[in-house]
Design a protein around this ligand. Structure first.
Ligand code: HEM
Length: 288
């Protein structure tokens, strides 16, 4: 079976015109929020990890680059504050969209929703059959099961890492409300959840989004917001056919990705990808 290797169509300067049609996959606000989440996550990870691995030479070097432990602490807090604002805005926007546009059912159920449903279980089963060579490659709708998994991992993680982080940030305030042992727990939970989140995002999420053969070395769709007709048909045939059937496809037609958005994806996204992989290498090395 032939597998398309690589994804250079989204590279800056690559031919995007010439009969190729594009559809809108992410709105401008979703693209901005993903970029802000990505940058603040990398910022929190790089400024927080030197505390966990304080006895490793690389941690001292990294902390020095970030302006010493004071500078790293400041970067950590700025990134954390922006991340919390992005997350709260995201939740507010979902509920606003659901309840003001009469879209509640569509937001929380159906093919456009991030809520897991029976079809995701069927897709997982069919994917494993495909991995083992026992069935054809499954086709997906708007969101695949692994995209939903990545989304919910970050969603719930935000409560754990954000909640424990706020306790560590404002101990005097929270000591009026909580017993002292909660701060020990918060410190432990924050560090362990950070390691889990870093380990997950910088391996699984990066692999799913960018490093698997179809996407390697980079999928710029979350930066450009556009998916080509070829990709839509090849990867999300169920969505494509549903939209044709419902007569909604033409309404999502969009101009080809701009060179600026592609450059942003390759430079800023590529830097985040490289820093994340470097962090994983340093963490793994620290255990041996
Ligand atoms: C989202 C809101 C967050 C808040 C409010 C927050 C806040 C904090 C604070 C106040 C500290 C103590 C550090 C110091 O005193 O300089 C800390 C430590 C730390 N943070 Fe965060 N943080 C957040 C998110 C994150 C994220 C997303 C990561 C990783 C991806 C992370 C990783 C770490 C690590 C590894 C430590 C060191 C923990 C330890 O010493 O065991 N933090 N955080």
């Amino acid at each position: 079976m032939a597998i398309a290797m690589g994804n250079t169509a989204g590279a800056p300067g690559a031919q995007t015109g010439a009969g190729q049609r594009y559809y809108r996959r992410f709105s401008p606000i979703e693209r901005v929020m993903h970029s802000a989440l990505m940058l603040t996550f990398v910022g929190c990870a790089l400024s927080g990890l030197p505390l966990i691995f304080a006895d490793r030479p690389w941690a001292a070097t990294l902390a020095q680059i970030l302006g010493g432990f004071t500078g790293a602490g400041l970067i950590h807090r700025i990134c954390a504050a922006v991340m919390i604002v992005v997350f709260v805005s995201h939740v507010v926007m979902i509920f606003a969209k659901a309840f003001t546009g009469g879209n509640a059912l569509k937001t929380f159920w159906g093919p456009d929703s991030m809520v897991p449903q029976l079809q995701d279980g069927i897709d997982i089963w069919n994917s494993f059959k495909w991995f083992l060579g026992l069935g054809p490659r499954p086709q997906f709708d708007r969101w695949t099961y692994w995209e939903k998994f990545d989304y919910w991992a970050v969603f719930w993680g935000m409560f754990i890492i954000g909640g424990s982080g706020l306790l560590l940030w404002f101990p005097v305030f929270f000591s009026n409300l909580l017993p002292g042992w909660m701060f020990n727990i918060a410190s432990l939970v924050h560090g362990e959840e950070a390691l889990l989140a870093v380990g997950f995002i910088f391996t699984f999420h990066f692999f799913n989004g960018h490093l698997r053969p179809d996407k390697f070395p980079m999928d710029t769709v979350v930066f450009t917001g556009r998916i080509s007709e070829h990709e839509l048909k090849a990867e999300r045939a169920v969505q494509y056919e549903r939209m044709v059937r419902e007569g909604k496809l033409e309404a999502t037609l969009a101009p080809p990705p701009t060179e600026e958005a592609k450059w942003f994806g390759w430079i800023v996204g590529g830097t985040a990808l490289s820093l994340g992989i470097l962090a994983i290498v340093l963490i793994v090395r620290s255990f041996f």
